[in-house]
Ligand binder design. Structure first.
Ligand SMILES: C[S@@+](CC[C@H](N)C(=O)[O-])C[C@H]1O[C@@H](n2cnc3c(N)ncnc32)[C@H](O)[C@@H]1O
Length: 256
């Protein structure tokens, strides 16, 4: 991946783009009034675009850029603030002070909600395998501005990690994380997950038995799977499916 700025940029944005490139050992490319497609043609690589109010990536060969945004997490966060119940928080029985390991970070929406539930005394770790998505998520969560303090403090406490989740789980101690969570890509399109559709081309869809076994060893309380309500994975991987009448995705639980 290479790093550049938006077409119009301030000195501050330029400094941030150079700083991001330096920290991840990526090449910084001066925009020089070129279009993103001209830069893509020249470098034939994913491009991270830094602008004054957003971080986005243009994945090589994928038509539309992905702008970092908390997406549906915004709606869910507002509902939580109003006192409504969030299905992930309820299923996981998440409480202040707990630890939550999100093994499929994606655009980080579930991690943000988990972060709100565990608060500043808890901790959320979010693992993403795809390097370009990982950089966008990590930097996007750092730069994102909102008047919702709950969202911002959750984003800033999440530790985003670039790894394959099996490799990461293998290095964790037994019973060291309260909740271990998987949200592998659905094979069926779901309206609510429009943000996720944007990353469908890079997101690896697999969830292995090995990953679930490791998760059971690492989890202190539960392993949770989010999947399409008709997914055979619940049964195949040993999860008890929690049915939700009005939703196309369900959660599955393994109590440990
Ligand atoms: C459906 S998305 C997760 C969406 C996420 N829950 C959210 O709220 O934005 C699945 C993500 O898991 C990542 N992924 C798939 N397999 C992985 C693995 N073995 N290790 C780490 N990340 C993985 C994909 O790259 C993708 O970004």
């Amino acid at each position: 991946m290479i790093v550049t700025t938006a077409g119009r940029y301030s000195q501050e944005t330029l400094a941030l783009a150079i700083d991001i490139a330096t920290r991840y050992k990526l090449v910084f490319v001066n925009r020089e009034k070129r279009s993103i497609s001209a830069i893509e043609e020249r470098y034939n690589d994913d491009i991270l675009v830094v602008s004054s109010d957003s971080i986005s990536i243009k994945l090589s060969g994928v038509e539309k850029p992905i702008v970092y945004h908390p997406n549906f997490a915004m709606v869910r966060a507002k509902r939580i603030i109003k006192g409504e119940v969030d299905a992930l928080v309820e299923t996981s029985k998440l409480e202040q002070g707990m630890t939550f390991l999100d093994c499929t970070a994606g655009l980080g929406a579930d991690s943000i909600i988990a972060g709100m539930a565990v608060g500043q005394t808890g901790k959320v770790y979010a693992i993403e395998k795809d390097f370009s998505l990982y950089v966008m998520l990590k930097e996007g969560m750092n730069q994102y501005k909102s008047h919702l303090d709950e969202i911002i403090s959750s984003m800033r406490q999440i530790e985003v990690i670039h790894s394959d989740h099996v490799k990461y789980l293998e290095n964790l101690e037994d019973s060291s994380i309260d909740i271990v969570y998987f949200d592998p890509m659905f094979s069926t399109e779901i309206e609510e997950s429009q943000g996720i559709q944007a990353i469908a081309t890079v997101a690896n869809q697999g969830l292995t038995t090995k990953a679930v076994e490791e998760a059971q060893r690492v989890a202190k309380r539960k392993v949770i799977l989010k999947d399409h309500y008709r997914s055979p994975r619940f049964e195949a991987l040993g999860f008890e499916q929690v049915k939700r009448k009005s939703s196309k995705f369900h959660y599955g639980i393994i109590e440990v």
